[in-house]
Design a protein around this ligand. Structure first.
Ligand SMILES: O=C(O)c1ccccc1NCC(=O)[C@H](O)[C@H](O)COP(=O)(O)O
Length: 235
């Protein structure tokens, strides 16, 4: 199970996530209580272990601005969190030539009486035609598109996660040490992602919560995937 500990704001927390077995750490460049600047991340990444993925979470910026931030901040991946824009994905693929992993975020709207199932399924079909393998499914609560701490309707999402769209789905939104095991068992994602659920306060991680979250997630395996370029990297 691939695990990303997101919304890091300092070296100590990012190193802790690495030490406890995270596959990736995230840094948020979108408006957030956990916002960091490229210069701040540039001071953190040189001190992280080689194999740890460093993912920037981006709002709807231009390809040029994202690429410049990737270089300045020393990132290995980009998470496109400001909506699905095929032109942006193509432009980034051209600039990075496969050297930087792209994660496309898709939002599941958390609103009473509504289901995002059809819309999310439609977006996944479109993304499957793009040079993107990884898709993060996250909660949208009102205007908040990340770091919400609110899970979406896993029962309604089970068909979406079980469908064979050839993508690596990463589950996010309201995960915590207490519910990540149930979430994995119900949806069998390729990976899981957490921000607020392992914090002591906004932007500060809680050692014990991070340890319990990673321990629980790593004890469970994802559904077997067809072999691809990433095969075997997230055991
Ligand atoms: O974490 C944030 O504060 C954030 C704010 C705005 C856009 C994205 C953000 N985080 C991106 C992530 O990948 C989070 O891990 C994901 O939204 C899950 O957050 P949480 O529900 O708090 O675990």
């Amino acid at each position: 199970m691939w695990v990303k500990i997101c919304a890091n704001t300092n070296l100590e927390d990012a190193l802790l996530a690495a030490k406890l077995g995270a596959d990736a750490v995230g840094f948020v460049f979108a408006p957030s209580k956990r916002l960091v600047t490229p210069a701040e991340v540039a001071r953190i990444t040189p001190h992280l272990p080689e194999g740890l993925e460093r993912v920037g979470v981006f709002p709807a910026w231009s390809a040029e601005k994202i690429a410049a931030t990737v270089r300045e901040a020393g990132l290995t991946g980009v998470q496109l969190h400001g909506g699905f824009d095929p032109e942006l994905v193509r432009a980034l693929d051209e600039v990075f030539e496969g050297r930087i992993k792209i994660i496309q975020t898709v939002h599941w709207v958390v609103t009473a009486g509504e289901s995002s199932e059809a819309e999310v399924m439609k977006q996944l079909r479109l993304i499957a035609q793009m040079p993107v393998e990884r898709v993060l499914v996250d909660s949208k609560v009102g205007e908040a598109t990340g770091g919400t701490g609110v899970p979406f309707n896993w029962a309604a999402a089970s068909g979406v996660f079980a469908a064979d769209h050839g993508l690596k789905l990463i589950l996010a939104g309201g995960l915590r040490p207490e519910n990540v095991g149930e979430a994995i068992e119900r949806l069998q994602p390729w990976g899981v992602d957490v921000a607020s659920g392992v914090e002591a306060s906004a932007g500060r991680k809680d050692l014990e919560k991070v340890a319990r979250f990673i321990g629980r997630a790593k004890a469970l395996r994802e559904r077997p995937q067809p072999p691809g370029p990433d095969a075997g990297e997230a055991a």
